[in-house]
Design a protein around this ligand. Structure first.
Ligand code: HEM
Length: 439
């Protein structure tokens, strides 16, 4: 019989509950909650009760109830002041109205241009490395994913068009993200955020106007948004185009950077599998030639490694919703007003879903073994209607980075204690120092 709320994980403190552990070490918090109570447990973040669920069945309920009993935008309220009310931060009505534009940005036909942008920027990065040296891959991926996003969404002149200050301003916005403090407090970091937003807004408004004046000269994200009718037949306002651009950069850049850095680190930590990946590169990617969609389609071992990285080291290890209408999860009652979260740290390590789940074993995704086939077993790219629109973009970007890096360089891992850092936008690895020699 359903009656009680889920049991509470140990370790909370008066008033703040589990807030600080959630902010600084949620992996341990979620794993402890699962060990103590199983698939559904609760915790308290300050005054807010939260139910945490694990496993494909409950994850499915989480994603399919989104926009019904579960509301997506409230949980991400702290993003509103930073990037504006767009995508999953917008109201449900606005989200569905804007959705045709989102689909247009990620439609299949655009991927060839995006992959070309990835090739150019990855090759520029590799050329900048010289013959030999040492580099921190974690930092390098942050810069590289910025350049890829710039070229893919603004076009070949993105450096002049966005200007040098753009990423500096973006960093001030990203650094201001705070899921705890009210975002309107007169704190220095919030003042820096507002100043940066103003600068970025002015810059992007100029770019929008240039494209409106000369649409024939451009074919990029802004022209796509300027020419795609929304569900109600209207065209996106300039303000919304600015927030859409910021939303896409926010959703796509630190997440991809963290995952790409983990992918390289995990491959270097598992030389046998890396040899397999190198053999695949030799077989399918001719030296000196760009990688196109046809080449990507021939790669399997790299994509298994990407999926295994998403499972073991998810950049987006958790997602949050607000419970709008009371609901039942398993044998528990979740009252309206609670929050609900999925947990990659526990879902991705379930023994009945994954064999030896702690091990890096990309071939688990091969058709012969077929683990993790349930689309809700892994939450790293979300699920349901709001499942990551940029997933193929991100996976292809990681494939291009890995292929060209290991094709052109011999690489040795120098860092020996690489651990997860919980960032404000996404999780990423601590420094991944490598020594490289051009082949
Ligand atoms: C490894 C890299 C990435 C990861 C781990 C990731 C993860 C996620 C997750 C977990 C969600 C769902 C959030 C939720 O349900 O609460 C999401 C949504 C989204 N992501 Fe990604 N993402 C990545 C890359 C990208 C890229 C490169 C882009 C765009 C260039 C992008 C754009 C989006 C958008 C637009 C949404 C919202 C979709 C919607 O609400 O319909 N993401 N992402």
């Amino acid at each position: 019989m359903t009656s009680t709320v889920p049991p509470v994980v140990s370790g909370g403190y008066p008033v703040v509950g589990h807030l600080f552990e959630m902010l600084h070490d949620r992996q341990s918090l979620f794993k402890r909650g699962y060990a103590e109570h199983g698939d559904v447990f609760s915790m308290k973040l300050g005054p807010q009760w939260v139910a945490v669920v694990t496993g494909a069945g409950y994850n499915r309920q989480f994603y399919t109830e989104t926009d019904k009993s579960l509301n997506m935008q409230d949980g991400y309220g702290f993003l509103k002041e930073a990037i504006g009310e767009v995508l999953f931060v917008a109201s449900k009505e606005d989200y569905y109205n804007q959705r045709p534009a989102l689909l247009q940005v990620f439609k299949h036909e655009r991927m060839a241009d995006y992959v070309q942008a990835m090739n150019i920027e990855v090759q520029r990065w590799l050329d900048s490395l010289g013959q030999a040296g040492e580099v921190d891959i974690t930092q390098a991926m942050l810069r590289l994913t910025q350049s890829v996003a710039g070229r893919a969404f603004i076009g070949p002149n993105y450096e002049q068009e966005l200007g040098e200050a753009f990423w500096h301003h973006y960093k001030a916005i990203s650094a201001s993200l705070d899921p705890v403090l009210p975002p309107t407090l007169p704190l220095p970091k919030f003042k820096r955020r507002d100043a940066a937003k103003k600068k970025i807004h002015e810059k992007l408004m100029t770019l929008i106007q240039k494209r409106r004046d000369h649409p024939e000269q451009y074919d990029d994200l802004i022209t796509t948004l300027l020419s795609t009718p929304l569900s109600d037949g209207s065209i996106m306002t300039d303000e919304t185009i600015v927030t859409m651009f910021m939303g896409l950069i926010f959703a796509g850049h630190e997440t991809t950077a963290g995952q790409a850095a983990w992918l390289i680190a995990l491959l270097l930590q598992h030389p046998d599998y890396l040899d397999r990946v190198k053999a695949e590169i030799r077989e399918h990617i001719p030296a000196g030639q760009p990688i196109d969609g046809g080449v990507l389609r021939n790669l399997t071992d790299i994509y298994y490694a990407i999926d295994e990285t998403t499972r073991l080291r998810p950049s987006a290890d958790t997602q949050i919703r607000t419970v709008e209408a009371a609901m039942t999860v398993g044998t528990y009652a979740i009252p309206a007003g609670w929050r609900m979260m999925v947990s990659g740290d526990t879902s991705h390590l379930l023994r009945d879903t994954f064999v030896n789940p702690e091990q890096f074993d990309p071939l688990r995704f091969s058709p012969e073994r077929g683990e993790g086939k349930n689309p809700f077993a892994i939450v790293g790219f979300g699920g349901g209607i709001h499942k990551c629109s940029g997933m193929n973009f991100a996976k292809n970007e990681m494939a291009v980075i890995t292929s060209l890096f290991f094709q052109q360089f011999d690489v040795e891992l120098l860092s020996d204690d690489i651990h997860v850092v919980s960032g404000s936008g996404a999780n990423y690895p601590s420094a991944v120092w490598v020594r490289y020699n051009r082949r």
